[in-house]
Write a new protein. Sequence first.
Length: 218
Amino acid sequence: MNELPVLLDRVQPLLDWRDLPVDMASLAALAAGLGWASGLRLYALVFVLGVVGRFGGVQLPGELDMLTHPLVLGLAGLMLLAEFFADKLPWLDSVWDAVHTFIRIPAGAALAAAVMGDQSGNAQILAALLGGSLAAGTHFAKAGARAAINTSPEPVSNVVTSLGEDALFVGGVWTLFNHPVLFLVALGVFMALALWLVVSLWRFVRRRLRPRQHEVAA
């Protein structure tokens, strides 16, 4: 019985804002980070959060503790492995991204809202909008870039890009947990680049389709 207080003392918050007194800012940063990561590597994110909450001595905020359930951990781990290999095959990667347009975005909104599970309903709605928007931006930038890369007949560029996304996810989540202010700055830069990439890809597609439309009209 005497060991229980000692164990409780070892439980640390998921984010450490040092001397910053605003707890809501910490939760908002986490919600933003989970939204971003959901658009990039959803199953890896769920698995990491579940492992950290179940075995890492970390108290997950809000309703995120549901991710520590063994069934959730098992399914997330299985899907993580499936996505890891699917992401390396050009023909399967594009199909996987297309299907996950309807999974990553609502999941990012749900995870962000779960962060605010102990807060007001308004805070949960705002977090869901933030998380869903960031998940959408990240997903469309990733899917658009990978669709262009997948047109290359050689598999090396696809594998290298996929491994780069894995590294980006690991580095981003680590930064979120350890240096949230730095993560927010990097997130702003990332989303600006993602927006530029999506717009550029859309303009490229429109230019490619325009001659065909003229041919049909003629």
